[in-house]
Design a protein around this ligand. Structure first.
Ligand code: NAD
Length: 525
């Protein structure tokens, strides 16, 4: 594995050497210190480089508290090196025919398929979601690679002859140059792939800055990218936090910023990128509502809402956070969702049969538990209380079990707070009008869902609801790669979203050519 060379030798080799030394009796057991956690290298200009950062952070398995490695918090100079590499690689990549640019993506798809389980295991170890959920997110990553392989068709412009007599007009799309993507912790594998395949297939060169909490997934993805034959400098990987992001935002060579993360950071990045003349697409946080009408199939609604609210420990930007029950759905749904929540098996996502893993950090656990307390203080009933659970074998993990709060008052701080943990708030509405108003009042607009068997209720919901991703009898309305990931309101800052045609619009600039040629000239030949 090329990446290990930068960290001072493969840790497996180090461990085996130690093991044999102990077995032979040459090292007494008690004197063996734990091997130092391996340092995550950067991938710049086609090479794995040990970071010179003065600040490093532990990468911690949220289920076990095991330290998995150390991530550099890069300084501006190191990020600038990645930008320089991307800038140097751009002219030749831009001239490379689209057909040739997609060939490494076909290879990447095969490599990602082949190593799906390996990557998913890394995701589970550093993020905590279950192995099945991790495989699911990589499927969407692969789907984005597949869609971007259609760039030679999708990047085409258009042309009209005789816009005036003898004058033709053509719109062509050209790449932007150096672009950057900044990712959150909750989908370490999928979200960078909302951007990477489209950006490079369109002829741009790219810098990815993953979340410093989950850098191992991109490390393994870049080890695969390295095997695809992509020329050096086309894709670069730098780790870090705010300083790295600010460097990308301020550097004049970076033309576009794709960001996914919390709303305050999304807002900040959109403003700073705009002030620096860059285009930006910034997906932010969420507070997703589901309305359950009394005519819904309650069994289906329960199962799907449970998966949406508690899957990935509630750390999906499309997780249902508030269920609004209408009329007599109140009691049936409350009872059935509470039973579902109580029965979910929580533990280490790599263990067989586990349905929900931990939240990302100890601080997240404390924050989520405090917010449950805020709900109770404000008058909600804690029907199922997942605080401070005992999880066999994993006492050090950041576990919060599924929690159901009933009757969260509209005045509660929780109403507009993204909890980002396995907590479902139940509220009740007397009719669909009132329920729709509750959804419309939310400052966020990432997703809204409706459970019903009525076509006209579904049509009204789809027509009127101010959210970008709508689910009808769907709990996680995650758009396929060939549709835009359409957040609205405080869940998105920008115009063009991630994925599909929007991605191609975002990563290309339109140029219009108007042409006239004197007739007499052709008559000479
Ligand atoms: P975050 O905003 O803390 O971090 C996201 C990225 O921004 C990271 O790479 C981080 O290093 C960087 N960052 C953090 N603070 C920064 C600052 N002050 N200046 C510059 N850069 C900064 O988000 P997170 O906790 O990693 O992810 C969870 C959030 O992401 C949730 O709010 C979730 O809803 C949201 N999310 C949204 C979508 C969507 O499509 N709308 C998808 C996934 C996650």
């Amino acid at each position: 594995m090329p990446g290990w060379t930068a960290g001072g030798g493969c840790p497996y080799v180090v461990l085996w050497t130690l093991f044999f030394a102990i077995a032979k009796g040459s090292i007494p057991m008690s004197t063996v210190a734990a091997p130092p956690a391996s340092k995550i290298p950067q991938f710049i200009n086609g090479q794995w480089i040990e970071s010179q950062a003065s600040e490093w952070q532990d990468i911690v398995n949220p289920a076990t508290a095991e330290v998995l490695g150390r991530v550099p918090i890069s300084d501006a100079a190191e990020v600038a090196r990645a930008i320089d590499a991307a800038q140097a690689a751009y002219p030749e990549w831009r001239r490379t025919p689209a057909e040739d640019r997609i060939q490494p993506l076909f290879k990447l798809k095969m490599l990602l398929e082949e190593h799906l389980d390996d990557i998913a295991r890394v995701i589970t170890r550093e993020n905590g979601k279950t192995f099945g959920e991790a495989k699911g997110e990589m499927r969407r990553a692969i789907e984005n690679v597949e869609v971007a392989c259609g760039i030679p068709m999708m990047m085409q412009g258009h042309h009209l002859e005789d816009v005036a007599r003898g004058i033709d007009e053509t719109m062509i799309r050209q790449p932007l140059g150096v672009v950057a993507a900044i990712a959150p912790f909750n989908f370490p594998g999928m979200i960078p792939f909302w951007f990477l395949p489209y950006a490079i297939a369109c002829g741009n060169t790219l810098i990815i800055k993953p979340s410093e909490r989950v850098p191992l997934t991109m490390k393994i993805a870049f080890e695969l990218l390295e095997k695809t034959g992509l020329p050096k400098g086309i894709v670069n990987l730098v780790n870090g936090g705010k300083v790295a992001v600010d460097t990308l935002l301020d550097h004049p060579a970076v033309r576009a910023i794709s960001f996914v993360g919390s709303t305050p950071v999304a807002r900040y990045i959109y403003a700073r990128a705009g002030a620096n003349g860059k285009r930006a697409q910034c997906q932010g946080g969420a507070k997703n509502y589901v309305i359950v009408l009394p005519d819904a199939d309650m069994q289906m609604a329960t199962q799907i809402v449970s998966d949406s609210a508690f899957g990935c420990a509630g750390q999906r930007c499309l997780a249902v956070s508030v269920a609004v029950t209408v009329g007599e759905a109140q009691k049936t749904f409350r009872d059935s969702i509470s039973e579902a929540a109580a029965n979910l098996r929580v533990g280490n996502g790599l263990d067989e049969g586990v349905q929900m893993g931990p939240v990302i950090t100890r601080q997240s656990k404390e924050r989520v538990q405090n917010l449950i307390g805020v709900g109770a203080r404000d008058g909600a009933k804690v029907v199922i209380d997942g605080r401070n659970p005992k999880i066999a074998k994993y006492a050090a993990g950041n576990f919060v079990k599924p929690t159901v709060l009933d009757g969260v008052p509209a005045s509660s701080e929780l109403t507009n707070t993204e909890i980002f943990g396995p907590v479902l708030s139940l509220v009740h509405a007397s009719g669909m009008d009132e329920a729709m108003e509750m959804v419309a009042r939310s400052p966020f607009g990432n997703q809204a869902s409706l459970f019903t068997s009525s076509g006209s209720a579904a049509r009204r919901f789809r027509y009127e609801t101010p959210a970008g991703n709508i689910g009808i009898n769907i709990g996680v309305a995650a758009p396929m790669a060939y549709f835009p990931f359409s957040g609205w309101k405080d869940s998105f800052f920008g115009i063009l979203h991630a994925q599909g045609r929007d991605a191609i619009e975002f990563y290309t600039e339109k140029k219009v050519v108007v042409e006239r040629w004197a007739k007499e000239h052709s008559r000479k030949f």
